[in-house]
Design a protein around this ligand. Structure first.
Ligand SMILES: Nc1ncnc2c1ncn2[C@@H]1O[C@H](COP(=O)(O)OP(=O)(O)OP(=O)(O)O)[C@@H](O)[C@H]1O
Length: 578
């Protein structure tokens, strides 16, 4: 306790002691650098982040962040909720682009053409479960195995090992039926599957019992022993990070300290990492308040203060002031770049198999996908596909005699589809302008005599021609109805002249004969015309809709990020199937 107090006192100097404190920090940096025995050159580094910045809109989440993960070590990234750990990991695997700075992962920037990060060199376990719930454990591992290009023999061997190691239930158990902890272990298994060179684990031990947690850490310690595998792990259980080789303490989007757990604790005279972290936060707050910053402000406020003095974003402990390094230049020829953007067949196959397996496991959804178009087409046929009926048409008949030709002609109009409304000229046009009627059929007062003259005389005046004609004004905004009305008026006239003139009807009929159609029929109904278009539109929009829905769900559940990382970014991204 006394030691702790002494440490706290040492970490919280008064305003007059600021230069003294800076001096002390410098000294301690040097000491911790020695204890952390940092790697000798960039080739010994698994991850190197320099002055990294990342914002979500106006909110700055990462500020001039510097982090170094040595090759063949476990790096425990610690920090309070919302300090930007997940954002940093996403930048490292290449699912998020940084707005400033430079990141190098296994020698090259993430998503660099030809670099397998994202890809099989990296095993990524996101914070979300990111698992297909309709898959079994075996399906899940086979899916990621296919994407990583493992043979089925290799996948089987790894599946058996991981089921045993992670204490998972039978491999044919459905993911949706597993407990929360079991699901997290399957997710961890998917990250470990291909024996990656770099493991990025975002809170893998959440919801896992202490025995298995210890086993997971033991496994991580084992795999880094070869010196070929590096691990970066975030956790809320600060004390478990003592097993890490290096810890980084993060706060408000930048690293407060980086070094071995022992060095961090020793520097702050703390018995636990948690205490050390607490003191580091206090020190950082005091340094911040001396500069007039609000220590507990949101990420934006703090980030702005750090941004203004890049040297202050350097970790307090291990990494001392460094001269700015030029990021190494990497280049790739056009063939590598072209291969980088081209989708891989194995990824396409993996996605197709995934879609088929999911469909098989979701018979309800499958039925829905097939039945929905049928239901929609049926509804279209029933609701809008039938022939138009009860089309209201205004009739302006200036002939009054019941034996007039106009009355006779109107009696031939198909009353099942056309409803005749007798009106005067003004009412009829008002009605059609108001959208009450689809058309107006007008007859002059001398229609009967003028039509007779037209039929009998060789030559007639313009007035006779006009008065002996049926005048039709149509609302052509609905072409289907307008065409139907035209057809009905022609048919009515033809029936009328057949009735009046019998074999002499050819005298007034149009000299055009519509022969038997080659395809279709004379009286094609509207549903026959509408159905093919409806089927095509529904199929297209259903496919687009379901694919979009699948994208949204996969993105929300973190599956898209995980598949993106596993499938080498754009290669898989470009061909994500629904
Ligand atoms: N897609 C996003 N859009 C906007 N803001 C985001 C987004 N993702 C994260 N943030 C914000 O960025 C900040 C850092 O989030 P991040 O998930 O990186 O924190 P974290 O340290 O991983 O937290 P935890 O330990 O709780 O997972 C938070 O304030 C969060 O609200």
């Amino acid at each position: 306790m006394a030691a702790e107090d002494a440490g706290r006192d040492a970490a919280t100097p008064g305003p007059a002691e600021s230069t003294e404190m800076d001096e002390r920090l410098k000294e301690e940096n040097m000491k911790a650098d020695l204890e952390a025995s940092p790697p000798s050159g960039p080739e010994d580094l698994a991850i190197q982040c320099r002055d990294v910045g990342r914002s979500y809109g106006k909110m700055k989440v990462l500020n001039n962040l510097n982090l170094t993960v040595p090759q063949g070590r476990i790096y425990g990234l610690l920090g309070p909720s919302g300090c930007g750990k997940t954002t940093l990991l996403k930048c490292i695997v290449g699912t998020l682009k940084i707005s400033r700075g430079h990141i190098s992962v296994l020698g090259k920037p993430p998503a660099f053409p030809g670099h397998h990060v994202p890809g099989r060199m990296v095993g990524y376990m996101p914070q979300e479960l990111a698992l297909y719930s309709e898959f079994t454990i075996s399906d899940t591992l086979s899916f990621f195995g296919r994407i990583h290009g493992l043979t089925s023999k290799e996948t089987k061997a790894r599946t058996d090992f991981l089921i045993d190691f992670l204490d998972l239930p039978q491999k044919h158990s459905l993911v949706r039926n597993l407990s929360g902890g079991q699901k997290r272990r399957v997710s961890l298994g998917a990250a470990l599957l291909q024996n990656p060179e770099l493991l990025i684990l975002d809170e893998p031990t959440v919801g896992v019992d202490p025995v298995l947690r210890a086993k997971i850490w033991q496994h991580l310690v084992e795999i880094v022993k070869t010196g070929k595998v590096s691990v970066i792990i975030t956790t809320h259980y600060i004390e478990e990070a003592r097993q890490a080789n290096v810890v980084g303490l993060m706060r408000n989007g930048h690293l407060l300290a980086e070094g071995t757990p022992d060095a961090v604790m020793k520097m702050h005279n703390a018995a636990t990492l948690e205490h050390a972290f607490l003191r580091l936060c206090e020190t950082s707050d005091q340094m911040g308040s001396k500069r007039g910053d609000s220590p507990e402000g949101g990420p934006l406020e703090n980030s702005q203060s750090f941004e203004s003095r890049p040297e202050e974003s350097l970790p307090i402990l291990a990494v001392g002031p460094r001269t700015p390094e030029e990021p190494p230049k990497h280049s790739a020829d056009w063939k590598v770049r072209a291969r980088h953007v081209m989708p891989k067949w194995r990824n396409i196959a993996a996605l197709m198999i995934k879609t088929m397996v999911r469909m098989k496991r979701m018979p309800g959804s499958l039925c829905f996908q097939f039945l929905l178009p049928v239901i929609q087409v049926s509804l279209i046929c029933v609701c809008i596909g039938a022939d138009p009926k009860e089309i209201h048409v205004a009739v302006v008949n200036n002939e009054t005699s019941p034996s007039s030709y106009s009355q006779s002609l109107l009696s031939f109009l198909d009353n099942s589809s056309v409803v005749q409304v007798n009106l005067n000229h003004t009412e009829a046009f008002e009605g059609i302008y108001n959208g009450e009627y689809w058309g107006v059929i007008g007859f002059g007062e001398n229609f009967t005599s003028y039509l007779t003259k037209r039929m009998m005389s060789r030559q007639v005046s313009r007035e006779v021609l006009d008065g002996g004609s049926i005048h039709v004004w149509l609302d052509l905004t609905n072409q289907q109805i307008a065409l139907m009305l035209q057809k009905k008026v022609y048919e009515a006239f033809q029936s009328f002249v057949d009735y009046k003139l019998g074999s002499m009807s050819y005298m007034v009929a149009l000299p055009i004969k519509m022969e038997e159609p080659i395809y279709g029929s004379q009286n094609t109904d509207f549903s026959t015309f509408v159905t093919p278009g409806a089927v095509l539109s529904i199929t297209f929009f259903l496919a687009v809709g379901l694919t979009a829905l699948s994208f949204v769900i996969e993105r929300k559940e973190g599956l898209m990020d995980r598949c993106w990382v596993a499938g080498e970014g754009s290669k898989l991204h470009g061909v994500t199937l629904q």
